[in-house]
Design a binder for this molecule. Structure first.
Ligand code: ZN
Length: 169
């Protein structure tokens, strides 16, 4: 099921509504531009409810699989990103001090809120700045081959080169 982009979070909280589904990659322009591609669609489970003080809150989890560049070998690496969140809906920034400490404020000044944007924010916060293949699956040779080979074919004194020379002894 595709998640709606715009929702009324206060009404859903009053109803104790559980939303579950995918967000189309076209609705995630910031994430799309931060990665090479989204290989498995963003999937979210969001429970809307009233907390014990009757504040309107939402909590849930978001998962997405993206392809990014491995900074060791410069090939594509697939990364699973998982985020968990708990937000409290507020009308204005002045109400931030009413947000319970287990929640982040979710500023919704109109009736309707952009759910895709909230979910995208949560994923962007968890997306690592630098990504690598898991140990053993990365060739890790992009820099030695391109930059550190001397003209006579020996490896220069880069950290990798020193390691290679030590191994030969
Ligand atoms: Zn790699």
């Amino acid at each position: 099921m595709a998640l709606p982009t715009y929702i009324d979070p206060r009404k859903l909280a009053l109803q104790g509504y559980l939303l579950e589904g995918d967000v189309a990659s076209e609705s995630l322009s910031r994430l799309t531009s931060a990665v090479e591609s989204i290989s498995k669609p963003l999937r979210a489970v969001v429970q809307f409810e009233l907390d014990e003080s009757r504040a309107k809150v939402a909590h849930g989890s978001v998962d997405v699989t993206v392809e990014v560049i491995c900074q060791r070998c410069l090939d594509i690496v697939s990364v699973d990103v998982h985020a968990e969140f708990a937000v409290q809906v507020i009308w204005s920034e002045e109400h931030e001090n009413r947000v319970a400490k287990n929640y982040e404020p979710w500023l919704v000044v109109d009736k309707m809120a952009n759910l895709s944007e909230l979910l995208e924010d949560e994923i962007l916060l968890e997306l690592p700045l630098v990504n690598y293949h898991a140990e053993g699956t990365c060739t890790g040779d992009a820099f030695i081959a391109d930059a550190d080979l001397e003209t006579d074919g020996s490896i220069s004194d880069s950290p990798f080169g020193i390691l290679a020379q030590l191994k030969k002894k």
